[in-house]
Design a protein around this ligand. Sequence first.
Ligand code: SIN
Ligand code: FE
Length: 292
Amino acid sequence: MTADPVVREYPDDTWADGGPTREVEAVVESGHVLAFPHLPFVLDDAERRFLDPRWADGKAKNVSLRWPSGELRGAAGEPADLDALRCLIVRYAEQSETFALRLFPHYRGKLRRGNTSFRPADVSGRARSWRQDDTRLHIDAFPSNPMQGTRLLRVFCNVNPRGEPRRWRVGEPFEAHARRYLGAIGRPWPGSAWLLATLGITKQRRTEYDHVMLQLHDRAKADLEFQRSGPQVRVDFAPGTTWVVYSDQVLHAAMGGQHMMEQTFLLDAESLRQPETSPLRTLERLLSRTLR
Ligand code: SIN
Ligand code: FE
């Protein structure tokens, strides 16, 4: 074990405000994974039937809830079943929000609820292009959804009923990772951000920050030598484990497992306790210019 293991474990066994861990903004912002091995998301007997990939409609890999509309996407089934599935996903969104605001009280009033997802498909069965292959180490960055520096904080919970862990790899710190590829990353073509937005390819303007983050995502996934022998640790999250991570900062790969809940939260980089730890500020510092 290294002096500062990337995964930090906490003893909490409740999502509610009474749990012991609080004010750990600095830990998550410095690129650690916060793991709670005794914090299951509990499904009742009737809900356990949803632990089956048949509830995903086949086009989408995940079932997801969009906020603020609360619209359910990617699910297939009868209306009454889909209502029950929706209730379960809403409960996860609410519990993880209560939990996140206890862990990170500094974010109160600033943390925005992003999508909530239920992932009933087996990781190893997901057929993908290399760019979509999440078994390769990567930071999260999306071609059609520019974040413009906004942070992606995610709360995951393994709900596998058969004892199967979610098997991850976690890679090097963000700054070391950025230094690895930054010298090879050029500037975006003049007018490309306007063109992508005008054609409807991006939902909002792809800033230079987004350009660099996408390049980091793609270059890491395309670099088989880095995938094989770059700095990394294996981490197994047993069923009943919840973990919290800035997925735009922490290099991660999902190697195996099935049945997981995930809640995304969005936070402006300037609302962090330590904004200088953000990917935006880190890249701006390394490049000596603004990327907004
Ligand atoms: C990812 O965010 O890359 C996938 C995480 C997972 O499915 O465990
Ligand atoms: Fe990812």
